[in-house]
Design a protein around this ligand. Structure first.
Ligand SMILES: Nc1nc2c(ncn2[C@@H]2O[C@H](COP(=O)(O)OP(=O)(O)OP(=O)(O)O)[C@@H](O)[C@H]2O)c(=O)[nH]1
Ligand SMILES: [Mg+2]
Ligand SMILES: [Zn+2]
Length: 351
C-alpha cells in the first residue's frame, strides 16, 4: 500500500468507495472525508490532515453530512459529488421544507450506551437497536458503571439475549484499560457513534476513547463540562486506537421515525412466526392457527417480547402519522400564505 492509500484507509476508505470512482475522475480529483459541515464550508481530510473546502456554486446543492466521502477537484479544491453511503442516520425534519435531514454517514458501529443499574431497560435498547438496523450500522451495547455493580455479567447476558449475535461489553467508562473490550470497533479506518440516555457516561466514554492530542476533541470537551456541547459544528474525533468517533448534536436527537424496517429486523423472530399464522391478517390474539400464540404456549417466545414489539410498532406508526399530518398542515399553511400574497398583489395591481 502506498502512503496515500494507507492514509485514506485510516480514514475509512475501502473497496466499497473505491469501486465508485470513475476512471476519468482519478487524474483530476481526489476523495476526501467530511469531518465537519459548516454553513458555507466543509472541513475535510483526504489523508494529509484537515482542510477547509469552500462551498460555492453547484457545490451548495450537494446533500452532504459528517462522515460522507466526497470527490473534490484536485486543483480547484471544489467539492464535486458525494459517494454512495455505506450507512446513514437521518431523520425526517418537520418544518425545514426538506424531506429528510442527514445526521451522519458511513458509521460502522453504533455504541448503544446504558449502565449496569436502573438505566438498563430492554424496550429502550430495542428502540436503539431498531435505529441502528434502520441506518445499516452494527450495534454494540456498552454497559457502563460495571465498577459500581455486583454482577455486571448479568446485565451483559440480558442484553445479549435481545438479538441473536448481539454483543455487549461491560466497562468502567472512566478507565482506559477497561475499554480494551471496545478496541475491536475503534481501530484504524473504523467509525463509531454513540447513543444513550442522559447520565449513562457518553461524554466520559468520548473523553476516555478520544486521542488527547486531537485538538478538535479538546475544543469540544472544553464546552462539555455540563454535558452540553457548545460546539455547533458536527464532529468526527480521532480515537487513540486509530479510528473515528462521530459525535454530533443530531445523534442525540434521533427519534423513532421511519424505522419500520429497523423494527422488523429487531423482531424478526416474531415476524417469521407471524408468516406461519393461518390468517394473513392474524392479530396473534385468539385466532385459531396462530403460530405466535403457539410459540408463547410452547415457551419459545416470551409474551413480554410480543407486547414490546406491539408497543414499538404502534409508536412508530403514530410518530410517522403525526409527522405526515404536520407536513400536510404546513403545506396548506404555505398555500394560504401564497393566496394571501397573490390577493395583496392583485389589490396593488401587480400580477
Ligand atoms: N463509576 C463510574 N462512573 C461513571 C461511569 N461512566 C460515567 N460515570 C459518571 O457518570 C456521570 C455522568 O456521565 P456523563 O459522561 O456525563 O454522561 P452522559 O451520557 O454524557 O450524559 P449527558 O451528557 O447528560 O447525555 C459522570 O459523573 C461520570 O463520571 C462508569 O463507568 N463508572
Ligand atoms: Mg454528555
Ligand atoms: Zn397469529
Amino acid at each position: 500500500m502506498t502512503d496515500a492509500v494507507s492514509a485514506l484507509a485510516g480514514l475509512g476508505w475501502s473497496a466499497f468507495f473505491q469501486s465508485q470512482l470513475d476512471l476519468t475522475e482519478i487524474d483530476t480529483s481526489l476523495p476526501v472525508r467530511v469531518l465537519a459541515v459548516h454553513r458555507n464550508a466543509l472541513e475535510v481530510d483526504g489523508g494529509d490532515g484537515p482542510e477547509r473546502l469552500v462551498m460555492t456554486g453547484n457545490a451548495l446543492d450537494l446533500e452532504v453530512t459528517v462522515g460522507d466521502w466526497l470527490i473534490a477537484g484536485r486543483d480547484t479544491r471544489r467539492p464535486l459529488r458525494v459517494l454512495e453511503r455505506r450507512s446513514v442516520f437521518q431523520r425526517r425534519a418537520a418544518g425545514t421544507g426538506r424531506a429528510v435531514q442527514l445526521i451522519a454517514a458511513n458509521v460502522d458501529t453504533l455504541f448503544i450506551v446504558s449502565s449496569c443499574n436502573r438505566d438498563f431497560n430492554v424496550p429502550r435498547l430495542e428502540r436503539y437497536l431498531a435505529l441502528a438496523k434502520e441506518a445499516g450500522v452494527t450495534p454494540v451495547v456498552v454497559l457502563t458503571k460495571a465498577d459500581q455493580c455486583e454482577a455486571p455479567q448479568d446485565f451483559r447476558r440480558r442484553a445479549e439475549t435481545i438479538l441473536p449475535g448481539l454483543l455487549a461489553e461491560t466497562v468502567d467508562a472512566r478507565d482506559p484499560s477497561a475499554l480494551s473490550g471496545l478496541a475491536l470497533w475503534c481501530g484504524p479506518g473504523q467509525t463509531v457513534a454513540l447513543v444513550g440516555s442522559s447520565g449513562v457516561g457518553k461524554s466520559t466514554l468520548v473523553n476516555t476513547l478520544a486521542d488527547e492530542t486531537d485538538l478538535r476533541t479538546a475544543a469540544a470537551r472544553a464546552g462539555d463540562d455540563r454535558g452540553r456541547h457548545t460546539t455547533t459544528g458536527r464532529m468526527l474525533h480521532r480515537l487513540s486506537a486509530g479510528g473515528w468517533l462521530l459525535d454530533t448534536p443530531g445523534m442525540r436527537e434521533l427519534q423513532l421515525f421511519d424505522v419500520d424496517s429497523g423494527i422488523e429486523a429487531v423482531f424478526e423472530d416474531i415476524l417469521t412466526l407471524a408468516a406461519r399464522c393461518r390468517f394473513k391478517d392474524c392479530q396473534h390474539d385468539t385466532e385459531p392457527g396462530c403460530a405466535v400464540q403457539a410459540a408463547i404456549e410452547a415457551g419459545t417466545l416470551e409474551p413480554e417480547r410480543l407486547s414490546r414489539y406491539r408497543k414499538l410498532a404502534s409508536e412508530e406508526r403514530r410518530n410517522s402519522q403525526s409527522l405526515a399530518e404536520r407536513r400536510t398542515q404546513q403545506r396548506s399553511f404555505g398555500k394560504m400564505c401564497k393566496t394571501v400574497m397573490r390577493t395583496k398583489r392583485a389589490h396593488r395591481g401587480e400580477f
